[in-house]
Design a protein around this ligand. Structure first.
Ligand code: ADP
Ligand code: MG
Length: 276
């Protein structure tokens, strides 16, 4: 066996697949650049470490159950001037994740709420945190089923484990009494322990109608908003813009900007970290 053949066998035994795949390139570069022994060894080990990190991130991304993968780079902020980019920059530091604070994205359909929620989840995953995405409807249906089967506590743990839980499309459908109670339990259990990123087409004033009960709505909002940032997007749908660009919507039929109601002023009064 030549030294290279021996090396390949050892790499296979140790499952160092990335080094094996890049062996020729690594050796060639070393022959050309003549690095120190330590530099060469570091280069070789990094090849494996990088590949493992990529595999790990990919697995985490798959586990997160995202509806699509979009990042901040793909978001056109000039299309949504109502978004305060400083607020977004602050969120991108992921301080809110470490503080177990929440993010609420409000606005009409198509303005980028889910895109931004996904981008934050992606950033958190890149930083080594676990994230999990669910629509409000599926989440409540899943926990409702668990409740009826007498395993709510166990099932709740699935939604308590990830540092970041994304609850998408809160308010599109109203919740029944059980749904509201379960949602309250979930928000209470995550309170000050893990972040919730929530998207909604409803302003806080309309939350009573989601839960059918203003008292439970207030109790949920109280916990949700204590440490939170609200991003209120008032603008046109990006989906419409794309269709308009394709000439599918004549100009006179274009919907006007529909400003979402501003968040009620009391919502953030207790949260010293709030900047919504
Ligand atoms: P919603 O507010 O209804 O959740 P989405 O976030 O799903 O809307 O956005 C709808 C589509 O438009 C997605 O494909 C999203 O990536 C895209 N989109 C929305 N806003 C922007 C934007 N400002 N820049 C780039 N793409 C955008
Ligand atoms: Mg959405």
């Amino acid at each position: 066996m030549t030294p290279i053949e021996k090396l390949r066998t050892t790499l296979a035994t140790l499952s160092l697949t990335a080094i094996d795949a890049r062996l020729e390139a690594l050796l060639e570069t070393a022959a050309k650049k003549e690095p120190s022994y330590a530099e060469f060894l570091a280069e070789v080990m990094n090849a494996e470490a990088d590949a493992r990190r990529q595999r790990y991130l990919k697995a985490r991304l798959q586990l997160a159950h995202l509806p699509y993968l979009k990042t901040f780079q793909q978001f056109d902020f000039s299309f949504q001037p109502s978004i305060d980019e400083r607020q977004i920059s602050e969120l991108r530091t992921l301080r809110f994740v470490h503080e177990a604070a929440n993010v609420i994205l409000q606005g009409p359909p198509g303005v980028g709420k889910t895109h931004l929620a996904v981008a934050l989840a992606e950033a958190a995953i890149q930083a080594g945190q676990a994230a999990y995405f669910m629509t409000a409807h599926d989440l409540v249906a899943d926990l409702g089923r668990a409740y009826r089967e007498g395993r709510l506590d166990r099932r709740l743990r699935v939604y308590l484990a990830p540092k970041v839980l994304i609850i998408d499309e809160m308010g599109y459908l109203p919740l029944d009494d059980l749904g509201a109670t379960i949602f309250f339990q979930l928000v209470s259990a995550r309170y000050e322990r893990g972040s919730i990123i929530l998207t909604s087409n409803k302003s806080y004033g309309e939350w009573g109608s989601i839960f059918g009960d203003p008292i439970i709505a207030t109790a949920i909002l109280d916990r949700l908003l204590h440490h939170s940032t609200t991003i209120n997007i008032r603008g046109d749908s990006y989906r419409l813009k794309e269709r308009r660009k394709a000439g599918l919507i004549p100009l006179q039929d274009q919907p006007h900007n529909q400003p979402a109601e501003p968040p009620v002023s009391a919502t953030n009064s207790r949260g010293k970290r709030s900047n919504g």
